[in-house]
Design a protein around this ligand. Sequence first.
Ligand SMILES: [Fe+2]
Length: 332
Amino acid sequence: MAQTEYIGEGALGNIRSVVAAYAPQKIFLVTGKGSYTASGAAQGVAEATTGLAVLHHTDFGALPLQEDIEKGIAAYTAFGPDLVIAVGGGHVIDMAKAINFYTGKKPLIAIPTTAGSGSEATQFAVVYKDGLKTSLESPDILPTVAIVDPALARSVPHDIALASGLDALAQSIESLWSVQATAESKKYAQEALALVWKNSIPAIETGSAPAIAAMVQGAHLAGKAINISKTTACHALSYGLTYRFGVPHGLAVAVFLPALFRHNAFVSPEQSVTPEALEQLLVTLKVKRLSGWGIQESDIAQLAKEVNIERLGNNPAPVTKEDIIRFYTQAL
Ligand SMILES: [Fe+2]
């Protein structure tokens, strides 16, 4: 199913006509707790939904946990919406996608407020269940409409800009080397990498508006790229760090980029993107090593046991158990 996209400065201005086109009676609105107002999205959504019944659902934590999805399903089912709107970072949009997929499969308008996950452009949703990461996947999960407006990402706090920017960087690079990459996914990923690589430091460190706009566009393109190619080893290694130790997703993937770049003997279409340059970027952005999150050598065996095998299969070079232990150890 194709997605309708509205991308660029002022894209949120389309929300009124987009909502009106569905002539909804009841809207299930899923948002983050702070980002919804701070991003400036609240005003536009409120104007577009005036006079309609809106159930505003924010009853979930920072990660998309199965138990929170079940609470959302109960609220959704009792309300019976005919349209879903999701506004927030990747975890918020994933939450809305999962609830809607399990329950109603109604049209979903996704409005990202970070330059990062690209979740608005993918047909999968990450869910943490019984301590492990699982991924729902179906063409029915792809949001019907994506409204990607850089103005919404300008108020993002530094730590979230950092984590989401590094997720976009990792996703563009992993998409390029994924065994499932196609000509189309490579085109998206290459464009994404060019934008993210040039703009991550000014967007994250100085909050430059043009750099943030480029990052927002790059993150969306990286989402379109991984929607085809999927992610690879960096993502596979990251989930336990996020679930067990609270390492923000983008940081948990980025710490593995230099090592996997070398392991995969990857040659980037962006010539300046090298393992050394990636290491330097992580230093410049003051990305903590894993020990900075309280992770110790004694944690590695358990982390290694829980690595997501499915995503490892997308990695171009084989990754053995010994490799996994080495990657975690080097990132400590
Ligand atoms: Fe990611």
